[in-house]
Design a protein around this ligand. Structure first.
Ligand SMILES: [Zn+2]
Length: 367
């Protein structure tokens, strides 16, 4: 049996609880998922090379058929394994394509005159791809989202989607390579983190520990993801020149993309019972992500002269309007500013303290 087949068998067991099996995409999406596989593998290799010298954990990755924004990571037989639901990539790609094909969205990107107001814009922030497709079939529409007519806008939607996907991949890789899973295995006897599923959470001694682990994985993902966007030296498509050339443009694209991920997770935040949840509120995670990068700029020895916060705020406002254009809710400040109340701030500091306490105990060993 080849390694990948051993993995698949393990993976099936790993996912037995929710009856998920290795993913084989529909034929028409095979090439799409092949490219997502390639991107994930590229990231895994980069992390292994630069962050794990001498720490040779193998990491395997596959998709699963779940329709929601969800993922899981685990360590089995000294192998890191993670999977991302098909829904996580399809829902986000769908949203970016719908937004950029709308004539009122980001009018400064490409030639907005090529876009039209006809059809398939009013679905808002549905985050289950099967539900989204079923509703299109009922409306007599094709299941595929409408794609921007303008090639520059089409490329922006793809770049933004890849940045969002990159964050999801790196978040799962972080659970494996930063030693979080080893800590969980020792502390709680659970060898996996299943995102957005509370089942395993009963084993954690404290929800604050679980929240600290999630915020820690976010930190790793945004730090590495953002740095590689700013240092991007790969091929630049000619259509990218107008939106991915300057540091300001790259910051904007990254903030817009990351913001969309957290909007899909529900940025609206109610901090009642915040200590009983598995995750910090999405608004807290989003503002922590932006704050992490802002701190990077403030503490950098060779500061780039850009106003990161101003660009991030503009991307947040533009994203809010873009989501409203495609039928989503336009957020008001009071929908998410509970994270800045005394209770929200106290909880954030509690998680940060927990992260600091965990840090010395997080180490991947090869034993
Ligand atoms: Zn996670």
């Amino acid at each position: 049996m080849t390694d990948i087949n051993i993995l698949r068998k393990e993976f099936a067991a790993f996912c037995a609880e929710d009856k998920l099996t290795p993913y084989s995409p529909p034929t028409e999406l095979q090439s799409v998922f092949d490219s997502y596989h390639w991107i994930a593998q590229d990231r895994i290799d980069a992390v292994r090379q630069h962050f794990l010298p001498g720490r040779n954990i193998e990491i395997y990755f596959d998709f699963s058929s779940g329709p929601n924004l969800n993922a899981a990571a685990g360590i089995r037989n000294k192998r890191g394994i993670f999977r991302i639901n098909k829904g996580a990539v399809l829902v986000s790609a769908d949203l970016f394509q719908r937004m950029l094909s709308h004539p009122d969205v980001l009018k400064f990107i490409g030639n907005v005159g090529l876009e039209s107001y006809e059809g398939q814009f009013s679905e808002g922030l549905l985050n289950n791809i099967d539900v989204l497709h079923a509703s299109r079939i009922r409306s007599g529409w094709p299941t595929a989202p409408r794609s921007p007519n303008d090639p520059v806008r089409r490329e922006f939607s793809m770049v933004a989607n890849n940045l969002a996907y990159d964050f999801l991949v790196l978040h799962e890789v972080a659970h494996i390579v930063t030693g979080q899973l080893e800590f969980i295995i020792k502390a709680a006897g659970v060898d996996m983190v299943c995102e957005a599923v509370s089942g395993g959470a009963a084993f954690y001694r404290s929800k604050t520990v679980r929240q600290a682990i999630e915020l820690g994985a976010d930190n790793f993902a945004v730090g590495l993801g953002f740095t590689s966007v700013m240092n991007w030296s790969g091929p630049v498509h000619s259509h990218w020149e107008s939106f991915f050339s300057t540091p300001e443009q790259r910051i904007y694209a990254w903030c817009f993309a990351i913001g969309a991920v957290f909007r899909l997770w529900g940025l609206e935040t109610n901090i009642v019972d915040v200590r009983k949840r598995d995750y910090p509120p999405p608004a807290m995670r989003y503002f922590a992500a932006i704050g992490t990068i802002q701190l990077m700029f403030e503490t950098s020895k060779t500061p780039i002269k850009v106003d990161f916060k101003k660009i991030a705020d503009q991307a947040f406002v533009d994203l809010n309007e873009s989501i409203f254009s495609v039928g989503g809710r336009r957020l008001k400040t009071e929908d998410f500013n509970q994270v800045y109340t005394p209770e929200g701030k106290t909880h954030f500091l509690r998680i940060r303290r927990c992260m600091a306490r965990l840090l010395p105990r997080l180490r991947y060993s090869q034993k």
